[in-house]
Design a protein around this ligand. Sequence first.
Ligand code: PNW
Length: 469
Amino acid sequence: MDQISFPEGFLWGAATAAFQVEGSTTADGRTDSIWDAFCRLPGAIVGGHTGEPAADHYRRVEQDVKLMVDLGLQAYRFSIAWPRVRPDGGEVNQAGLDFYGRLVDTLLANGIKPWVTLYHWDLPQALEDKGGWAERDTAYRFADYATTVVESLGDRVTSWTTLNEPWCSSFLGYAAGVHAPGRREPKAALAAVHHLLLGHGLATSAIRAVQPTAEVGITLNLYPVFAADPSNPSDVDAARRLDAMQNRIFLDPVLRGSYPADVVEDFEEYDFLGNVREGDLEIISAPLDMLGVNYYTEYNVSSVADGEGPPPRNGRRQSGSPWVGLGDLSFPGRDLPRTDMDWEVQPVGLTKVLRRLHDEYPRLPLYITENGAAYRDEFDGDGGVHDAERLGFIDGHLRAAHAAISEGVDLRGYFCWSLLDNFEWAEGYAKRFGIVHVDYETQVRTPKASAHWYAKVTRDNALAATGGQ
Ligand code: PNW
């Protein structure tokens, strides 16, 4: 049977993030990150869950790399915990660096490429105490931390991602307050946007100063955004503004060296430009080697009258809106299946995101750095986890990625989210994204059907002609 083949050299991997899998949150000199502190706030996390024990990856690195080998992974995308490496944002902690040195060595000994993210949301709490990302100084502390990591691992690691999803860090963390640090301060959220981007730019230069041959990128969570009713001007404007704050506020400064004019106007009342100093945009638009795309779903948006927003979350900490300046929004459901996160499954949105980057922005090699789905997985009588929905989700999105490649998009690799079931932020351990099941009592790992299937895809560098399942 014919196959759908990916280009030669296409990189197949899986991803995790430090706080979501490591556990051992007080080991070897690690101190609190904003997520450790946030987890202690009543009602912040479903079930009162914390970063312990997560998937106990800190103590099970050898076993987990063996698992990656069994799954035929060519690359492992993981993040480094800033509070292990420079616990209070200042002094270097060698024991923390040594952990990542061992992980990298074990990966390389097994022929797996380490794909390192420097910031996947775990800011040292000591820096949040000084204002966090709302403060400009945090960007400079981030560049110092990047230098420390590259000086330590740069002889073995060549692929660096500065930030993962700065949208979540800024708008979920500082405006909605549903992610750490749990602040509901729209003005601080917009300051955080700029300071995260400044940190990205400063870190990019810092990495290159230590390792001139480094491949450097940033990972953004991008979404196609539609007006639910294209004939309703307020829906059309809501879609424009949502696209602006979700996609373009990050893409434009990084890839074109300027903030979009409508973003500047929309956020004037929050003094967005007051954060921007001369020369910042040159720093932020430092040339990159790749762009990471995280894709989960599309947004079909409608504006609703103020006060008709979502109902309070039972038993949960009060939340604000991440949609700064947009008032209440609704996302009218379409006739699409949904994951356990209640996110609509729409693979064609991935093709659209990739095509947009190709058509509208200076071209860079693209990587899908996250894509995957939470489902309620259950063991079958035979001891296996037959996660047909997740398998179908990944299969459908790989077909959508392949369609973009066929249209000429320079997509170089795919990382599924996630290698392991893990701590799903505000949702705690209740949502399972792994292709490998984790029993949080025993820490036993069980590859799900999707993992066995994915191993074959990576081996063949191809999908079967008709859908997986
Ligand atoms: C991303 N939202 O998070 C992260 O990079 C991962 O750490 C995470 O586990 C994964 O996607 C699945 O959620 C997001 O509410 C979390 O829009 C929340 C949102 C988007 C991305």
